[in-house]
Structure formats: structure tokens, C-alpha cells
Design a protein around this ligand. Structure first.
Ligand code: AR6
Length: 174
């Protein structure tokens, strides 16, 4: 039987889940990468709601509706930009995952899909980011049985491979 943490390859904008996470920037006003794809698929009402949120700090999260997306909610989190690892990047990335899951639980979400936060244009090394992500998700799920399933939705094979390895190595029965 599959565990509560799963890794899939795919496009996060196509997933019919309670909440998808957006790897945003602090303005919450859109950008490239997965952020651009989510805004395109959700339609202009998403940007309109985001304009009222007054941005978001790195490592924190804010929630909106999903509009034209199959997902009910979008949880927006600005990940840390990688500066070499000495500027609290690891703790900030961990905080992104935890903050998103806290909001998901608060809104009654049972299924949550994440993209690989910070490993695109923010250049967080995948090997480190994948271990932090899986560890943070596993720790949260251990305390929150009401969330049934969390998936990492990876856009490419290389990214999926790192998360598979991290999941296999995390040693937590999820
Ligand atoms: N579904 C799933 N994953 C995707 C998709 C998709 N449709 N599109 C891209 N990815 P990035 P970051 C993957 O750069 O590093 C934006 O401009 C992508 O292959 O989107 O956190 C924001 O506004 C990569 O593995 O996010 C910020 O300014 C992962 O998503 C900045 O980029 C994250 O890559 C955030 O940078």
C-alpha cells in the first residue's frame, strides 16, 4: 500500500486535490516557472485575490481559492533564494513546507500537492532541498493524521529521482 507521502511526475496545475502549493515570490503577484503556470491556469481572479494579500515573507504561506484550477485552494509560499547555505536557507525551506501544511490543516484539506520549492530559479540544491522537504512533511504528518496524502509533483525525471531517494532514506513510516 502506498504511504501518505508520494512522489509523482506531472504538472501541478492539472491535479484535482484539496490544495496545491505555489512556489511564489514575496510579492505574491506572479512570476515565471510553476508560479506563472498556476496563474495562467487559474485565471485572472487568482491575481486579483493575491493583490489583496499584501505579499508574504519567505518561509511563510498564504492561501487563496483555486478559481479555474481543479484544486480547491492554492497555498502560496515564497521559498528562500540559495546564497550558499549560510543565510538560513535550510530552516526557511523547512518553514515553507510546515507553514503550507499548517494552513492546509486549518482549511480542512486532506490532500495536498507540492512542487519542488526553491529548486528552479532560486537555485536551492536539489539533493539538500529534497531531504529537507521530505523530512518536514513526514514530521508534520506524524502529528496530523487528518491529512491523508501529500505528494511532491515533480516536473522532470531528475527532480523526481531526488525526492524518491529522499523518501526512501527518510526512515519514517508514513
Ligand atoms: N508543475 C510542477 N512543477 C513545475 C511546473 C508545473 N507546472 N512548472 C515548473 N515546475 P521555480 P523557485 C518546477 O523556478 O525555484 C517564480 O518566478 C520546476 O521545474 O518555478 O521556487 C516565482 O515567482 C522546478 O523543479 O520556483 C519566484 O520568483 C520547481 O517547479 C521564483 O520563480 C520550482 O521551480 C521561485 O523560484
Amino acid at each position: 500500500m502506498a504511504g501518505r507521502i508520494q512522489i509523482i511526475r506531472g504538472d501541478i496545475t492539472k491535479q484535482k486535490v484539496d490544495a496545491i502549493v505555489n512556489a511564489a515570490n514575496c510579492s505574491l503577484l506572479g512570476g515565471g516557472g510553476v508560479d506563472g503556470a498556476i496563474h495562467r491556469a487559474a485565471g485572472p481572479e487568482l491575481l486579483a485575490e493575491c493583490r489583496g494579500l499584501n505579499g508574504c515573507e519567505t518561509g511563510k504561506a498564504k492561501i487563496t481559492k483555486g478559481y479555474k484550477l481543479p484544486a480547491k485552494y492554492v497555498i502560496h509560499t515564497p521559498g528562500p533564494v540559495w546564497h550558499g547555505g549560510s543565510r538560513g536557507e535550510a530552516e526557511l525551506l523547512r518553514s515553507c513546507y510546515r507553514s503550507c501544511l499548517e494552513l492546509a490543516a486549518e482549511y480542512g484539506c486532506k490532500t495536498v500537492d507540492f512542487p519542488s520549492i526553491s529548486t528552479g530559479v532560486y537555485h536551492f540544491p536539489l539533493e539538500k532541498a529534497s531531504v529537507i522537504a521530505i523530512d518536514a512533511i513526514a514530521a508534520f504528518l506524524a502529528e496530523h493524521k487528518e491529512i491523508q496524502r501529500v505528494r511532491m509533483v515533480c516536473f522532470d525525471e531528475r527532480t523526481a529521482g531526488f525526492y524518491e531517494t529522499a523518501l526512501a532514506g527518510c526512515g519514517v513510516e508514513t
